[in-house]
Design a protein around this ligand. Sequence first.
Ligand code: DON
Length: 576
Amino acid sequence: MNSKSRIGNAARLAGWIAAATVAIGFVPSTPAWAKTSSATPVLSASAMAVADEFSADAAQRIFKEGGNAIDAAVAVAFTLAVTYPEAGNIGGGGFMTLYVNGKPYFMDYRERAPLAATKDMYLDKDGNVIKGMSLVGMRAVGVPGTVEGMWEVQKRFGKLSWKQVLAPAIHYARDGFEVSEQLQQRRDASAKDFGDQTNFGQYFGQLKAGEIFKQPQLAATLTRIANQGVKGFYEGKTAQLIAASMKAHGGLITQQDLHDYRAVWRQPVEADWNGYRVITAPPPSSGGIGLVQLLKMKADLKSDFTGVKLDSPQYIHLVAEIEKRVFADRAQYLGDPDFYKVPIAQLTDDAYIAKRAAEVDPQKPSDTKSVQPGLGTSMPEKAETTHFSIVDKWGNAVSNTYTLNGYFGSGEVVDGTGIILNDEMDDFSAKPGVANMFGVVGSDANSIEPKKRPLSSMTPTILTKDGKVAMVIGTPGGSRIFTSIFQVITNVYDFHMSLPDAVAAMRFHHQLLPPNTIFWEPYKPIEGELAQELEAKGYVLKGQNFNGDIQVIKVDGAAPEAVADPRGRGVTRTVQ
Ligand code: DON
């Protein structure tokens, strides 16, 4: 595949996703830990919406065995690595927002740049970005974090044994699972893109819709992880095989990189909005800050929004004006907080957001060049993803988004392990001002450095009200992630739409660059009069194949309602 077709592939973002939402209520046996007053069952029913039937079955089995939302989440994550290989993974990374016994937590298991990575590693001798190098092949791979992330959360909050939560995934890898049409379509498209640049075809060549696909090498790898814990991935045989594969095919990751990898517990971004507590992703995600800015700016502009109909030209204009300012800040200030002091408090400060909202021009699009990062120049410059959400009967919640970045990541499978590797290095800013696969630019805050995490847009989010979970939401979609979540949240709470309607409603996206461009989706296109009116306002309209695959649970009182985005292949189940 040439780099151009791979970049064109970005338009098929929808395929890079496994989206799963699980809300499970009463289970037959109550584990001892749940018999404390803080763990009284709070849900009257259970509901489930997951990326595929296999991960749903896995979660259900875990709950039946007495597990909680965290156990179920870990089982789902490992299962999707087998049955949803275009996005589910152990060779990638992600974020998990948790609400456990009434307290918020955040696990960052994002990939890190290898020790041998350099700032200019994707530039040619003239300083130009080499197209495709951060997207395809071993050079595109960041040090995976998923296994350590799952290990950390399960060790801290899980109730079952590590082996129990790995068991469903091992079963599907060893005994196989029936391949869906969609998986085969995505495999076919990716095989064409990767061509002979990677070993993708060798590993996934046998995958065929309607037939059973077995992955004995992956089963052996998962069994090592089940038996040895986190060391079964980052040390010993698996680590040796990863390092050997890297060396053989021009990659940078060594056993030292794997040994050094650490997932990190971080403070989630939290904000009060509209009577809810928003608990969401901190840096190295841009998504949580972006979401809070979007929600609060819209609230600040209440008088401008009053009487403005959803999806009218004026509504789209006002939201685009807000998004412009959010993406200007994103490009300048956001990166890995372990390397660069991200001004989280300033960027989410009410007075700052109100000042930004006041810059919105209610009449016409602001000139793109005039929209600068909002904290002034004093800030130093240096300094198919998958979502699933789970609520258990005790009121604990998990909102998890993890990814290989593109469909099947880098297209490289580690020899002898069945591990498909990410291409997350593309989320770094290879050169300031040069857009990545999602069309977003970055500054030095997101430049490449050894052990640094690339800036993400993944935004696993939980809303609480009076200390109880009110909504668990997330989606894949690269830079469209937090604008999609914003639209669904406001559809529900500002426009009072039913949850299915809120999820199915039209979505659109603007991200400062390209100038005044509104992206629309085929699911509910911007066309006809609406298109004409927006064009008359000065907007350029651009179709894209994807604008998220929301998976959401809303809890009203004691009843959870789960909805899987009709754009995706998620399913819902309700259990009384
Ligand atoms: O971390 C990020 O923002 C991206 N790597 C996520 C990729 C993604 O959502 C692809 N899915 N459509």
